[in-house]
Design a binder for this molecule. Structure first.
Ligand code: OGA
Ligand code: ZN
Ligand code: ZN
Length: 421
């Protein structure tokens, strides 16, 4: 609903009765309690409800060239002298001249300034809880839907690599599925080593790590990384030892082993956390609170590294929403810098988390040309063991993207597609 409105605001929608000669009544506005302004759109087919705007917020968001720098779309208001007690002293409304004939609210302020606000601009920023929820879930970040392993076939979305590379609509659908479900598969990619870079650059740019920009997952002698063996790789998130953990994995299957094994395992750890929260609240609380030392020690291209980050297994924001899951048995440090009394209960809780996840894992084997993409701050992934011989190898090329970059691309695509609807 928020994006439909965005489409209309950008000038391609219907239903506002902006046409010449159409009967329209007036937008009205009044000052309430000396500080706020209530705006009442009266002739709209949509959004007829009154909206209340605190005066201080309106004054702070004045759109005039003195207060707002148009080409950088940035506030230039001087906050060193900004009066947070500023009050509206007069309001009026009109229908501005010009192509769009947008209805406007005009305000005179106690600091002698005057401001104007288009109605659609105000409506998009309404403080109404439902409208704010729609903006947050549709535009800020798509609302996530959590799934159990048994639901994987139902939630898994497949996209054609060529279409994603060529068509913005396919790119948008892929990124939207990745945001909502935490996983999406691309098919029929070419089998060259440049696919992950081209895909990452279609979105934005690769997030580099200790292991480089692109990395190759294959059984390697003298492996510097546990994944570079043909052993089973237990469920994990990659790179928990970084404060700024790369957040989207791209794994391009170039060659798949013909032996049994080499399958990927996936688990929605947000679903596992939901279950713990409901069924084992004491485990949930502990896994959210007790910081764990995650590490990675080694060298790559002759440069030594020693990465450590301390964070709980389940990280929450102030609203209790999941911000990040950390889990990796190989990359969990032997340093465990917590009070003695926390240790044994934490192990019990972690053991239950690991078993719940293992029992929920969905296994599937990618084929050459598949590109598996998933959310590294949400999903656990692993791999079953496989035989690696000269004639039977497995070759996966990987890279990371960051969510900041993915969400940004998604918003740009949504704005653009809303504008042409
Ligand atoms: C990894 C990893 C999965 C695979 O390298 O961290 O999870 O399919 N690899 O080999
Ligand atoms: Zn101004
Ligand atoms: Zn991994």
């Amino acid at each position: 609903m928020w994006l439909q409105r965005l489409g209309r605001v950008l000038g391609h929608g219907h239903g506002h009765g902006h046409g010449q000669g159409q009967c329209r009544r007036h937008l009205s506005a009044r000052i309430v309690q000396g500080t706020s302004i209530v705006v009442q759109p009266e002739s709209e087919s949509e959004g007829r409800e009154a909206m209340t705007f605190p005066g201080v917020w309106l004054r702070d968001n004045c759109r005039c060239t003195e207060c707002f720098h148009g080409s950088s779309r940035s506030r230039r208001l001087d906050w060193d002298s900004f009066d947070t007690r500023v009050r509206p002293v007069g309001v009026r409304t009109d229908q501005a001249a010009g192509q769009q004939q947008q209805q406007q609210l005009h305000v005179r302020w106690s600091d002698a300034h005057e401001s104007s606000y288009p109605l659609d601009w105000l409506r998009q920023r309404s403080f109404d809880g439902r409208r704010q929820r729609a903006y947050l879930d549709e535009f800020y970040r798509p609302a996530t839907r959590h799934w159990a392993g048994a639901e994987f076939q139902r939630i898994a979305r497949h996209f054609d690599y060529g279409q994603v590379m060529a068509e913005d609509a396919a790119l948008q659908q892929w990124l939207q599925a990745l945001a909502v479900y935490g996983v999406a598969l691309l098919r029929d990619a070419p089998l060259d080593g440049g696919v992950v870079r081209r895909l990452a650059e279609r979105v934005g740019f690769i997030r580099r790590t200790t292991y480089g920009e692109e990395f190759v997952v294959q059984a390697k002698p003298g492996a510097q990384n546990f994944a570079y063996l043909s052993l089973p790789l237990p469920l994990h998130t990659d790179l928990p030892y970084y404060e700024y953990k790369p957040s989207v994995n791209i794994l391009h299957c170039v060659t798949q082993t013909a032996s049994p094994g080499g399958s990927n395992l996936l688990v929605d750890a947000f679903h596992i956390a939901d279950r713990l929260r409901g069924e084992r609240p004491a485990d949930f609380e502990r896994l959210c609170r007790v910081p764990v030392d995650w590490n990675d020690i080694g060298s790559e291209d002759g440069r030594e590294f020693h990465n450590i980050w301390r964070a709980p297994v389940i990280c929450l924001d102030a609203e209790g929403k999941y911000t990040r899951i950390n889990h990796s048995v190989p990359q969990r440090d032997s340093h465990f810098s917590v009070p003695l009394a926390e240790v044994e209960p934490w192990y019990e809780s972690y053991g239950r988390f690991v078993r719940l996840a293992r029992d929920d894992a969905h296994a599937f084997k990618t084929r050459p040309g598949d590109v598996l993409t998933f959310n590294n701050i949400r999903l656990l992934h692993g791999r079953t063991g496989y035989d690696d011989t000269e004639h039977n190898s497995r070759y996966i090329v990987g890279a990371y993207l960051d969510w900041d970059i993915v969400y940004s691309r998604l918003r740009v695509l949504k704005k653009r597609s809303a504008a042409v609807q």
